[in-house]
Design a protein around this ligand. Structure first.
Ligand code: FAD
Length: 480
């Protein structure tokens, strides 16, 4: 008699290797149905933004190809997981459903509903820890809370030792015939009219293999200069793994172990690797925060900010979104984001600071724009980083740190290569002027083909005035 099938419900881990639920199902030797549910119906789920919808489509195709290579396939369905997963289980006469946990709300609650629905049908369910290096509950202090400051958080996590070893991808998986599914196209994840995804296609290779190749090449080469170059948007100085991690095309355990291995094999890289690992720590820190504060994207972590005198400035918000603020480093970042679905971390900090401090626009507007336009838009890292910049978050940047966009540009894009790449109107300006075109003489502007408030805007806000206004607003908010 053939064994009854097991369903592996793919959620945020779109890969075959180091996939605990898939490995456990493969080990049982039963036929396996690999199911992905595109869920826009379960309570509390935040609809994906445009850029992550695009990424998801590519990632599902890649997963489908990988599964076909090992004799299986991906069944795509649409609807609320607590309805769809049990329905597929009944339809296929499955004996069990396995999945990888997502420790944060609302996915945690979605899984609970699926679990309960399966229990009513008498179908076994089994979930496996994934996506986090450490269960948030293991880092609780005596007060029952996790560390709210990054450095002690990271020290405690590292002191717990290495996370579990990674698991290999199954070599083959017995399929189950006759389970119908949708095509990726039927999910309508990709833009068509207009198709704005050309820049994304040019920029990214999506999927598990691309993620592994990116990690390998980063650890082979880029990591050696990571400490020096990671803040330079004009250099290819970071791993660019964030969207792959976001969609679970690679697991943080795989990154951890590969990095440790590389550091042991080539001690010269150890400094870069330590720094890189601590950045992975920020990802983990944000997830632990979201675990404790499901309202991270909507509520200030520090309640003193609830009375902050944000300005309503639609024109300012639009200028920021379109990369037309008149500050070249800000505009370069916003245009890079629009074209490629990503932005260098240093520039993310500069543009976020500009929105919340120079324009005094509520950080939630910026968070929503990033949510829609970033391919790595993440329910934890995005709001946590916005709150960090705004000063309302855990372990936040001090409120008096108001980045000067000119000095940031001069320091981190010293030759202006990054601005030249993304703000074509300014490309002919020499380096000493490119971060501050308004200080060029009329002759210098004319010879570079720049007309302020013609083909490039004059600054929409004066830096000195904006800085003083921000400091006054922050001081008032702190007094309550
Ligand atoms: P690397 O420098 O190679 O770092 C390795 C990995 O560590 C990254 O892939 C990422 O997973 C993690 N990481 C690095 N820096 C951070 C950080 N500050 N916070 C959390 N994780 C980090 N990152 C996202 O993944 N999704 C987001 O939605 C997101 N929104 C952000 C919004 C703002 C306003 C800011 C300031 C930062 C945001 N970040 C976000 C963090 C960071 O900018 C990106 O993770 C990083 O730029 C990704 O590039 P990388 O993979 O080359 O990073």
């Amino acid at each position: 008699m053939t064994a009854l099938p097991i369903i592996v419900w793919f959620r945020e881990s779109l890969r075959l290797s180091d996939h605990p639920a898939l490995a456990a199902a493969a080990e049982r030797g039963a036929p396996v149905i690999c199911l992905y549910v595109f869920d826009e119906h379960s309570p509390g789920l935040r609809p994906l933004g445009g850029a992550t919808r695009w990424w998801l489509a590519q990632s599902l195709r890649s997963l489908q190809t990988r599964l076909r290579e090992i004799g299986n396939d991906l069944v795509l369905r649409c609807g609320a997981a607590a309805t769809v997963v049990p329905a597929v289980a009944r339809e296929s006469n499955a004996s069990a459903v396995f999945w990888n946990d997502v420790a944060q709300a609302p996915q945690r609650d979605v899984a609970k509903d699926v679990d309960e629905a399966l229990a009513m049908l008498g179908i076994e369910s089994n979930s496996f820890a994934d996506d986090l290096l450490v269960d948030p509950l293991r880092l609780r202090g005596k007060d029952g809370r996790g560390p709210r400051v990054f450095t002690p958080f990271w020290k405690r996590l590292v002191a717990l030792g290495d996370p579990p070893q990674t698991l290999p991808a199954p070599k083959s998986l017995t399929p189950v015939a006759g389970i119908s599914g949708l095509s990726v196209e039927q999910l309508e994840l990709e833009p068509t009219a207009p198709d704005w995804a050309g820049g994304l296609r040019e920029t990214w290779q999506v999927g598990e293999r691309a993620a592994q190749a990116r990690l390998a090449s980063f650890l082979e080469t880029t990591v050696q200069t990571y400490v020096a170059d990671r803040d330079r948007p004009d250099q290819d100085g970071t791993s660019r793994l964030s969207p792959h991690l976001r969609f679970g095309e690679i697991s943080p355990r795989q990154v951890w172990h590969a990095a440790r291995f590389a550091a042991a094999a080539r001690p010269v890289t150890a400094g870069g690797i330590d720094k890189f690992m601590s950045e992975l720590g920020w990802r983990e820190f944000s997830r632990h925060l979201l675990h404790d504060r499901p309202d991270l994207a909507t509520r200030n972590l520090q309640a003193t900010f609830d009375a902050f005198p944000w300005r309503h400035d639609d024109a300012g918000l639009r200028a920021w979104q379109r990369g037309r603020t008149g500050y070249p480093i800000v505009d370069a970042g916003m245009r890079e984001l629009w074209h490629t679905g990503t932005m260098h971390n240093r520039v993310r900090m500069v543009v976020a600071s500009f929105l919340v401090k120079h324009l005094l626009i509520d950080w939630r507007h910026g968070e929503r724009w990033f949510w829609d336009t970033l391919v790595d838009a993440d329910a934890a890292s995005n709001p946590a980083s916005w709150q960090w910049v705004a000063g309302s978050g855990a372990d936040a940047a001090p409120y008096f740190r108001v980045f000067n966009p000119v000095l940031q540009g001069e320091k981190f894009d010293p030759d202006g290569a990054y601005v030249r790449r993304w703000v074509g109107e300014l490309a002919a300006l020499p380096a000493p002027l490119i971060q501050r075109p308004w200080s060029a003489t009329p002759v210098e502007l004319a010879s570079a083909g720049v007309t302020l408030d013609g083909n490039y805007p004059a600054p929409i806000v004066d830096h000195k005035m904006a800085r003083e206004r921000a400091l006054a607003a922050y001081a008032r908010a702190r007094k309550g």
